[in-house]
Write a protein that binds this ligand. Structure first.
Ligand code: GTP
Ligand code: MG
Length: 689
């Protein structure tokens, strides 16, 4: 258990810790000389039952509230010290307000210097305190009069502390390790030592840690827990870590740094939060108000963006965006305090909600709804809210990292919630199964509508589809979504185009008419040397562009192949030429043949014969070495006559058996996703379009 002091200057905080523990927490010579506390003091108090209670003693001086804040982080219980003679003073109120903003609900009010006043005064101050506590987290806290001089009440207080220590529920240690560093120093023989309060998780000798936000890496060489050598420490304990690392020095680790599990290192400088402005403020909090932002033991310049139009009046609570001047290491759910830029007063404080706050669209109703839902204390509820939120998906690793949750929390969430996970490289996101269903239904509906509108196109561009769907996924993850839809059989990916499996390219009646006239020209006697686009256009007296378009539509239906630019051969002719090539190869020595032998069989001239062979090379049907070619034995069934195909395989079927597949060039394989399509030769490779 860690106990912190709080209260106005000179009210007897340090004297109280000494009366209880025998330790003078004022360790600096200047503190001893001036009789006031300047920096945090520490005392460890071994109890008869073997427990060690740690004390963090803070200064009460109005100029040293930042040090008080550094000490108040991570304490389990507060001793709010009020001198009976003075009663409630300004820093009593300010410290109380801070404790309340930090959400500290366990505490005892200690009425010190009871030896200086009579009972009536004690009752009077007690009543004053009860009134001040009303409405705060500490409302109804016990008030114990003591005297550090006579020792009156100290025994009773010790008893209360022992009792509380026994019933104190230990903070969760299943989260990932975080320690709020408050001191670093060098010990002869040990090296750099960093002390602080463990906020979550455990740490043990040998553990790798990172100093955040700087990112310095270190290893724990040895450690002390509550001032005693130990093998490991955990949440709710004060630890001193002896750290080893290339750049680890006492100067390199500063108060305010967080020593953490390396997987948690992800500093942020834009955070959405819930802020309560203290009643004591004279003015409202307006847009872009500059403040000092205190989190843990750190303190950074920042600006506040109120996430609504009107300024935030004293006493109000509202969502804000905190824009920090330099990044910090934090976790969602952490408390924070904001003070004015001259560090003279506390303005308010609250809870961090989203560490990856958006700069744009931060004030939309959807975002507001999401933030309110994320504010739910339970991470499971927050996750569900986010999955249901405007974005529709969650980066699970980041979500649980930003909550310092246990390392396997993401896996458990996937199992518990029945989530669909899309992964690409290091990135992965999860969505609810219903969201995925809606997403893929929408993709299908969009493609169907697109095909109806543009039956002449083979499909819709991936990017166009991505931009038209909600949730709008990042490009790489959209590719993963496409892969999943392809695997589910809902869509087919043709290079960059997506289509429905049953979609086939359709010509207009006019185009059909041109095609039916042009088709015979490509066949029969001229089939090995068919007229080019230009020739057909000339013959029909129409624009070349129209002929090219009709031929390409026919190519998409699998009726012709574009062997060379503007040179289309009937698919059956290509199959026939493939048979001829195989025949030549079959009877040739070692299966090798050259272009001249092929040309002689087709009688179509050297140039065209070579173009055909190069086309075969690109498809992987032939393999070329120098002037010689061989048939690839794995591709012999690549080119099949259309009559041998089942009707469903003609046109736009997803899994062509005989026709070479547009994207893979492999014929029989359906490539899932678009990732490897560039590593395989597309069918039209080398043909300029
Ligand atoms: N008579 C009497 N004097 C006390 C008692 N407790 C503290 N004092 C005196 O009050 C003065 C201030 O006590 P500290 O313990 O230093 O006060 P503090 O709250 O730690 O002060 P800061 O840390 O500077 O905020 C010292 O001179 C103490 O001796 C008490 O119970 N009775
Ligand atoms: Mg003191």
């Amino acid at each position: 258990m860690i106990v912190g002091t709080a209260g106005h200057i000179d009210h007897g905080k340090t004297a109280l810790v000494r009366a209880l523990t025998g330790v003078d927490a004022d360790r600096l010579p200047e503190e001893k000389a001036r009789g006031i506390t300047l920096d945090l003091g520490f005392a460890y108090w071994p109890r008869p039952d073997g427990q060690i209670i740690g004390f963090i003693d803070v200064p009460g001086h109005e100029k040293l509230v930042h040090n008080m804040l550094a000490g108040a982080t991570g304490i389990d219980l507060v001793l709010l010290v009020v001198a009976a003679d003075d009663g409630i003073m300004p820093q009593t109120r300010e410290h109380l307000a801070i404790l309340d903003l930090l959400g500290l609900s366990r505490g005892i009010v200690v009425l010190t210097k009871s030896d200086l006043v009579d009972d009536d005064r004690l009752l009077e101050v007690a009543a004053e305190i009860t009134a001040a506590l009303a409405g705060t987290c500490l409302a109804g806290a016990e008030i114990l009069p003591v005297s550090a001089v006579t020792g009156a009440g100290i025994g009773a207080l010790a008893e209360r502390l022992d009792g509380l220590c026994k019933t104190m529920t230990r903070r969760a240690v299943d989260g990932r390790f975080r320690l709020a560093a408050d001191r670093s120093f060098t010990l002869v023989g040990t090296g750099t030592v960093v002390t602080g309060t463990v906020l979550s998780g455990r740490v043990a000798i040998g553990d790798a840690v990172v100093i955040s936000p700087t990112g310095l890496e270190a290893r724990v060489r040895s450690l002390h827990v509550q001032n005693r050598a130990a093998e490991q420490g955990g949440a709710g304990e004060r630890c001193a870590l002896a750290l080893a690392g290339a750049d680890i020095t006492k100067e390199a680790v500063r108060r305010g740094d967080i020593v953490l599990d390396p997987s948690l290192h992800a500093p942020t400088s834009r955070i959405d939060a819930r802020l309560r402005v203290l009643e004591s403020e004279a003015k409202s909090v307006g847009q872009w108000m500059p403040v000092r932002f205190h989190h843990g033991a750190s303190d950074v310049a920042a600006r506040l963006v109120v996430l609504r139009e009107e300024p935030l009046a004293p006493g109000e609570t509202e969502l804000v965006q905190i824009v920090l001047e330099s990044p910090i290491a934090a976790a969602a759910g952490d408390r924070f305090i904001v003070r004015d830029t001259s560090a003279s007063r506390t303005i308010g404080g609250g809870v961090l909600i989203d560490l990856r706050a958006p700069e744009r669209k931060r004030r939309t109703p959807e975002r507001r709804a999401e933030l309110l839902a994320l504010d739910a204390a339970d991470p499971g509820a927050a996750l569900l809210a986010m999955l249901d939120g405007p974005r529709g998906f969650v980066d699970l690793d980041a979500f649980f990292r930003d909550r310092a949750a246990a390392a396997d929390a993401a896996r458990h969430a996937i199992e518990r919630q029945d989530l669909v996970v899309l992964a690409a490289g290091h990135q992965s996101i999860a969505m609810c199964r219903q969201t995925w269903q809606r997403f893929s239904d929408a993709a299908i509906a969009t493609l169907d509508a697109y095909h109806a509108e543009r039956p002449d196109l083979q499909g819709m561009g991936q990017e166009k589809l991505r931009l038209s769907l909600h949730p709008r996924l990042p490009t790489t993850l959209f590719a993963a979504a496409v892969q999943r839809m392809v695997a589910e059989g809902a869509v087919v990916l043709d290079r960059a185009w997506l289509r429905r499996p049953q979609h086939e390219v359709r010509m207009t009646p006019e185009e059909e008419r041109i095609w039916s006239r042009a088709q015979p020209l490509l066949g029969d006697l001229h089939r090995f040397r068919p007229p080019r686009v230009r020739d057909v256009a000339h013959e029909f007296g129409i624009d070349e562009k129209i002929v090219r378009r009709v031929f390409r539509l026919a190519a998409r239906r699998g009726e012709v192949d574009e062997i060379a630019l503007d040179h289309f051969f009937l698919a059956d002719t290509v199959a026939e030429m493939a048979e001829i090539a195989m025949d030549i190869g079959h009877s040739a020595e070692a299966g090798r043949f050259n272009a001249a032998e092929f040309r002689d069989r087709l009688d179509n001239g050297r140039k065209v014969a070579i173009q055909i062979l190069e086309y075969f090379d690109r498809q992987g049907f032939t393999m070329r070495r120098g002037d010689w070619r061989r048939i690839n034995p794995n591709r012999t069934s690549m080119f099949v006559r259309r009559a041998e195909l089942a009707p469903a395989q003609i046109g736009g079927d997803a899994s062509p058996v005989g026709r070479p597949d547009f994207k893979s060039g492999k014929g029989r394989e359906t490539v899932l996703g678009g990732f490897d399509s560039h590593s395989l030769p597309p069918r039209s490779q080398g043909v300029r379009r």
